[in-house]
Design a protein around this ligand. Structure first.
Ligand SMILES: [Fe+2]
Length: 264
């Protein structure tokens, strides 16, 4: 069974599900894929969508009622995909930005598509200083991190975690995103696989498709950590034991990437 930490399943509040019917269709796809829990993670603070914590809670309640009415066995938990802006640490301090599963232990953080914003490190440090773990959403799809994956490795070394999108692993977002996903996973910079689903077609809530590529690139043990154990830890408000990840990485790949990136 999987836990999907990144899913735009709430109806009509961002670029995800357009209406309740589509939310329910996404929920049925998730259940069929073996997903038992999905975090509803609407965009917030990205300049286009405004979904503060209170509104996420209210919308989630309505979706949970509809799931129960339709007898769809999917648990939905609150979350948000928070844009990495200078205002984010303050919003978290005030409680207006939703944390992962509303547990105030970790937050899903999104970068712009093409660049790393100036001052990104300072914002991440301010979040870490509050005792919150930033989980970087789909770094493999950020143009600058594709060229400089060592930046992600440095963030991870300072306490952040990485979330790869399942469809990046399968090649759905192109060869470059797929290669970067492989490289970041092999380097130990990724801790979670999630769907980042937006619809009931094309960008769907499916995670299982990443199992085969990740197993091929690393090991069954590592795929299990990224697809089951660490997402469950975060949803329950526990800090993932990242030492397990180092043990599960094939020594050959770990040494190769860390020597390229982390040697001064
Ligand atoms: Fe997303």
């Amino acid at each position: 069974m999987f836990i999907d930490l990144h899913c735009h399943i709430l109806p009509g509040i961002d670029d995800g599900a357009r209406n309740l019917d589509q939310s329910l269709a996404m929920a049925r796809i998730a259940v069929a894929d073996g997903i038992k829990t999905s975090l509803a993670t609407p965009h917030h603070l990205n300049g286009a969508y405004h979904n503060p914590a209170e509104s996420v809670r209210a919308n989630l309640l309505r979706l949970a009622e509809a799931l129960q009415r339709e007898s769809i066995p999917l648990q939905v938990l609150p979350g948000a995909e928070l844009h990495l802006v200078p205002e984010l640490p303050e919003a978290l301090r005030e409680g207006t930005a939703m944390t992962i599963a509303d547990r105030r232990r970790a937050v899903l953080v999104e970068l712009p598509v093409h660049h790393i914003p100036h001052g990104a490190e300072q914002v991440l440090e301010a979040i870490l200083a509050q005792g919150l773990t930033p989980v970087i959403a789909h770094p493999e799809r950020n143009s600058e991190l594709r060229k400089k994956p060592e930046r992600l490795a440095q963030w991870v070394a300072s306490g952040c975690l990485g979330q790869v999108t399942a469809q990046s692993c399968t090649g759905h977002f192109g060869r470059s995103a797929q290669q970067t996903a492989r490289l970041m996973i092999q380097a130990g910079s990724i801790h979670v696989v999630a769907s980042d689903a937006h619809r009931d077609h094309r960008r769907v809530p499916v995670i299982s498709s990443a199992l085969s590529p990740i197993t091929k690139w690393t090991s069954t043990e590592l795929a299990t950590l990224l697809m089951q154990r660490f997402p469950a830890d975060l949803a329950d408000g526990r800090q993932p034991d990242t030492a397990l990840l180092e043990d599960a990485l094939p020594r050959r790949t770990r040494r190769r990437w860390s020597s390229l990136w982390l040697t001064p």
